[in-house]
Design a protein around this ligand. Structure first.
Ligand SMILES: Cc1ncc(COP(=O)(O)O)c(C=O)c1O
Length: 379
């Protein structure tokens, strides 16, 4: 089945009870049993719920995986992966990553005895310098949030396999429409479903997909034991969002490209971070592992100061100033004070997350309106 068909049919069948084409919302915590253990595969909704199962199968199908697991948020999904580790274990992580992932790693798991090495992985060879006998996991985010760095998943996977450690890829920015990390050798693919998969800024949810049964069993154990599952209503909304993922992503990519080009040509804009530019340092890797370049664009202004960035953001009328990304509507954010505020200032600035950096999630509105909005805001 091709991707554009999988978004609509992947892992889903009409409901056996009445033939409902859309997966019903099984808003129930428990299920009648004829005798203890005599149920139809569902005993309690923390463990399994038919609406969640349909979503988990759909996401697994989009990522060419075998097992999907849905969680209460993207961070709950990441948390489940980290719960596979023991005190003393080490993780080699992308240094430029979502601030909340960094906070989870450094403020919770470091205190529990896990050591993290934050590494610039634009040259994937750098990963290998940080591998020790205690390394259990390589954590890759690509494209990175918000600097749009690209990490070579095939090379990272070669290193992971050589040292027998797990490779997990946060595929939130790319989505399975653009990039399938499991096909490139990753063991675990993670999504903040909150973003493009949901696509309508109306849910908070996360997911993991794997191919290996033993790994799936270990993650399922954590999902059930810790209980950070998503509810059936949200699973339904995510399923509905996924049905248009391919069409939305096509438009996000077209609009993202046009906005990036507009900004790059603007005399008051200094740097534009967008992997679709041939001048992007890892453009060729992006081209080889992604189908297109997505709808995320970050930029700095020539004035290079906090107030100028804030003035631009506050003048925007169609782009909404908000956290998050990946919805149909365009959003603008100021990473240094919003999504990445939990990263210490010096580390942030070393990564390029300066006070003048603005991050755009380019939506699927008419691109002429988006560019006109940026024109009036930047001046
Ligand atoms: C790349 C990335 N990973 C993970 C997350 C966390 O997801 P959630 O907000 O659904 O917990 C986010 C949220 O912004 C993100 O951008």
């Amino acid at each position: 089945m091709k991707f554009n068909t999988k978004t609509i049919h992947g892992g889903q069948k009409p409901d056996p009870a009445y033939g409902a084409v859309m997966q019903p919302i099984y808003q129930t915590s428990t299920y009648a049993q004829s005798t203890p253990g005599g149920h139809k595969g569902y005993a309690y909704s923390r463990s399994h719920n038919p609406t969640r199962t349909a979503l988990e199968n759909a996401i697994a199908s989009l990522e060419n995986g075998t097992y999907g697991l849905a969680f209460a948020s993207g961070l709950a999904a990441i948390d489940a992966v980290l719960k596979l580790l023991q005190p003393g274990d080490e993780v080699v992580s992308t240094n430029d990553l979502y601030g909340g992932s960094y906070r989870l790693f450094t403020k919770i798991y470091e205190d529990l005895g896990i050591k993290f090495h934050f590494v610039g992985m634009q040259n994937a060879k750098n990963i290998e310098h940080y591998i020790t006998p205690d390394t259990k996991l390589i954590w890759v985010e690509t494209p990175t949030n918000p600097m749009m760095n690209i990490i070579d998943i095939v090379s990272a996977s070669g290193i992971a396999k050589k040292h027998k450690v797990l490779l997990a890829v946060d595929n939130t920015f790319a989505t399975p429409y653009l990039q399938n990390p499991l096909d490139l050798g990753a063991d675990i693919v993670m999504h903040s479903v909150t973003k493009y998969l949901g696509g309508h800024s109306d849910i908070v949810m996360g997911a993991l997909v794997v191919k290996d049964k033993e790994l799936a069993d270990r993650l399922y154990f954590v999902q059930n034991a810790s209980g950070a599952i998503c509810g059936p209503q949200d699973a339904f909304l995510a399923l509905r969002g996924i049905k248009t993922l391919h069409i939305r992503m096509q438009r996000h990519c077209e609009n993202g490209k046009a906005v990036a080009q507009y900004l790059d040509d603007h005399p008051r804009i200094k740097n534009v971070y967008y992997p679709g530019f041939t001048t992007h340092p890892n453009h060729n890797i992006a081209k080889s592992q992604m189908k297109d370049f997505g709808g995320m664009v970050s930029f700095t202004t020539t004035g290079n100061n906090y107030q100028e960035a804030i003035n631009i953001i506050e003048r925007l009328k169609i782009f909404t100033l908000a956290e998050s990304l990946g919805g149909v509507e365009s959003l603008a954010g100021h990473p240094a004070s919003m999504t990445h505020a939990s990263i210490p200032k010096e580390e942030r600035e070393n990564l390029g997350i300066v006070d003048s950096l603005i991050r755009l999630s380019v939506g699927i509105e008419d691109v002429d309106d988006l560019i006109a909005d940026l024109r009036q805001a930047i001046g």
